[in-house]
Design a protein around this ligand. Structure first.
Ligand code: WTA
Length: 654
């Protein structure tokens, strides 16, 4: 967190009450929201039990709501059984069978609309095909697909048979894919011949082949979606085409009734070590969170067209593309392609063409689009919009105001939603028909969420505008259950800091005099680059895997558009490269992209003879951050093992 961020949020005094017409039709309305908060405050567990009974379709009703006997490994609704895909699809067929579930636009501008009935049939076919390949409840399936309807269909099909999906973002490299497959022990991989991005083909199958050639031995079969149609090699006995497999299957598939706690998916995310962690979510609790938050925060109504721009490779694409909107019988738009392809008006044209009513995106996307000028959105009819959302990183008041006036025409509430891969669903956000918003604040917790800010000793910070650590005091249904294969890391990362008393989010935050939360950023070594989580240690381990690199330290630096950018300090084997280092810098950046994915490429790489370390050998990251930002050094460097290095790190920018 920077003082600049703190100051700018402290100066922000503008208030935006919900427009009267929006508030009049909103659900929940003020009375409804007050009743939800009152019920949750009166009986936390009973509140969630009531919600789970009314919002979900159970095969066997649960009798026990919260089992905290193995806390902090909480279990919710544990003796109930249900099926997530039935809750997202089957339950809507009678009333909404012909309603569009997914409107998918390709980069080339081709629109495919699939009704609930069609999505249901495809999900059943895919589920049957997986069963025929021997996939059973509990088996892991890795999905490495572009942002096409089949990505959602594949996820829902896994849910239908109780298989545990782990979606790997298509922008991640072969190495990242292999590591995730190996950690999950996945038996099946679902990928595509390729994806589309900015007029180019993303070679997904080539990356998948590389991952499988270099390990990932647990994979027995590969299903390949034909998407681009370009020539790719198929391995006989291992690879099969999606369309051929599904053509042979029935559009009816008996669901697997799973226990509430049955893992629905793993999603790997970065933490403060070099190894991504497989966040494990449950079936019932997760779905409940995704479903209710979609209602509460997005006020989703039958006539809405909801566009969340997130890829299914991220948690936002799970909760607010693949599950939440479908659980509410919504119509969702998905788009596969670059945000400014073939021109800067792409996003606004999609909104105009499909009459999008609710638009949910990241501050990075907004800042990038804002920079291109107001004349671009002005060319499009954005009058269908009624609600705007933001997620993934703090939104600066300037971008918020632009979103409000230029995109929302001053009439749409903005929901700034705070949550994490681990929380499963939005925890802090305005309820748009009720909450008065302030640019840059995610406002207050949703019903049933007991969030707080604590000091170093775990005491509640009651004084306004004083920073602390964001925590959640009581368990909630959509919380992560564990880290796959590493429960010790689960406890260590989220709980042990304050003796398992509450969930520690890893973010710094403060509350203003009205009790509104302002998120200040990560407290650990996790960066948020374009809203995507990246561990500095991950980038460091990628760098040191290069033969020229002996040691590396990566820190974040504020970036106008991406929010944050990575700066790497590198010590080479042998002599320090001097003079024109551009070729080596490019080689290292490309190397990081191959190891992790293009989003992890450092913006800048500086070479030095040494890294600044304390006498006990610890890298002084705070000092490196100051240097990367070009700020004057105010911290004490007298404890440095090698004080002379500071000049070199400062002057030798590559
Ligand atoms: C950050 C994304 C400020 C935060 C859903 C959190 C935010 C991390 C916001 C989780 C927001 C998310 N305002 N910061 N509205 N939403 N963050 O797991 O640092 O990719 O801890 O989940 O994003 O990132 P993740």
């Amino acid at each position: 967190m920077t003082t600049k961020q703190l100051e700018s949020s402290l100066q922000e005094a503008r208030l935006f009450a919900p427009p009267a017409d929006f508030a009049a039709a909103a659900h929940p309305d003020a009375a409804g929201l007050a009743a939800l908060h009152a019920a949750a405050a009166h009986d936390h567990v009973g509140f969630w039990a009531d919600q789970a009974r009314s919002a979900l379709h159970w095969h066997t009703p649960f009798t026990q709501t919260l089992d905290d006997s193995a806390a902090p490994n909480y279990r919710w609704f544990a003796d109930g059984t249900l099926n997530v895909s039935v809750n997202c699809l089957d339950v809507h067929l009678a009333e909404h069978g012909n309603k569009p579930a997914i409107i998918a636009e390709s980069e080339a501008g081709i629109t495919r609309t699939l009704s609930y009935r069609q999505v249901h049939a495809e999900v059943c076919r895919a589920a049957n095909a997986m069963r025929r390949l021997g996939i059973r409840s509990g088996d892991r399936v890795v999905i490495y697909l572009p942002m096409v309807p089949e990505a959602v269909i594949a996820m829902q099909a896994c849910a239908r048979i109780g298989a545990v999906h782990s979606v790997v973002f298509g922008g991640f490299s072969a190495v990242s894919l292999r590591e995730r497959i190996e950690d999950a022990g996945a038996r099946l991989l679902i990928t595509a011949d390729g994806g589309q991005r900015g007029g180019n083909i993303v070679e997904l199958k080539a990356a998948a082949d590389k991952a499988l050639a270099e390990g990932a031995a647990s994979i027995e079969q590969v299903i390949v979606l034909r998407q681009t149609g370009h020539d790719i090699p198929m391995t006989a006995g291992r690879d099969q085409w999606w369309h051929e497999l599904l053509a042979a299957e029935s559009p009816v598939c008996e669901p697997e009734w799973v226990e509430a706690e049955h893992p629905l998916f793993l999603l790997y995310t970065s933490g403060s070590t070099g190894k991504p962690k497989g966040i494990q979510h449950s079936s019932a609790g997760y779905l409940l969170g995704a479903k209710l938050s979609t209602q509460w925060v997005f006020d989703l109504k039958p006539q809405d067209v909801f566009w969340c721009t997130a890829d299914v490779g991220w948690i936002t694409g799970h909760s607010y593309v693949a599950y939440g909107p479908l659980a509410n019988a919504g119509t969702l738009v998905i788009y596969e392609g670059g945000p400014v392809y073939p021109d800067a008006g792409r996003f606004w044209r999609i909104i105009e063409q499909h009459r999008v009513t609710i638009f949910y995106t990241s501050p990075t996307a907004l800042r990038a689009l804002m920079k291109l000028g107001d004349h671009i959105p002005a060319q499009y009819d954005l009058s269908s919009l009624r609600l705007l959302g933001s997620v993934g990183e703090p939104i600066n008041p300037e971008a918020w105001m632009w979103y409000h006036s230029v995109i929302g025409g001053g009439r749409c509430p903005i929901v700034d939603t705070w949550w994490q891969t681990e929380t499963g669903a939005i925890l802090l956000a305005p309820v748009p028909g009720v909450t008065t918003t302030k640019p840059g604040s995610c406002t207050v917790p949703l019903p049933g969420i007991v969030a707080d800010i604590v000091d170093e000793d775990g005491n509640s910070v009651t004084q306004a505008d004083t920073g602390g650590s964001l925590v959640v005091r009581k368990p909630w249904p959509s919380m992560l259950r564990t880290i796959w294969n590493d429960n010790a890391r689960y406890i260590d990362t989220y709980w042990s800091r304050f003796q398992n008393r509450f969930y520690v989010a890893g973010d710094g935050a403060h509350r203003d005099a009205d009790g509104y939360f302002w998120i200040l950023g990560r407290l650990d070594d996790v960066l948020k680059i374009s809203g995507h989580r990246l561990g500095t240690m991950e980038i460091e381990s990628a760098l040191v895997a290069h033969p020229r690199v002996a040691e590396a330290a990566v820190v974040g630096r504020p970036h106008d558009i991406k929010g944050e950018a990575a700066v790497a300090f590198v010590v080479c084997r042998g002599d320090r490269p001097i003079g024109d280092t551009r070729a080596l810098v490019e080689e290292l950046r490309k190397w990081v992209a191959e190891q992790l994915g293009a989003i992890a490429k450092p913006d800048e790489i500086r070479f030095a003879d040494n890294l600044p370390k304390t006498r006990s050998g610890k890298i002084m990251r705070r000092l490196l951050r100051t240097i990367a930002r070009g700020e004057p050094i105010t911290q004490d460097i007298s404890t440095l093992e090698n004080p002379a290095i500071v000049e070199q790190l400062r002057g030798d920018s590559a």
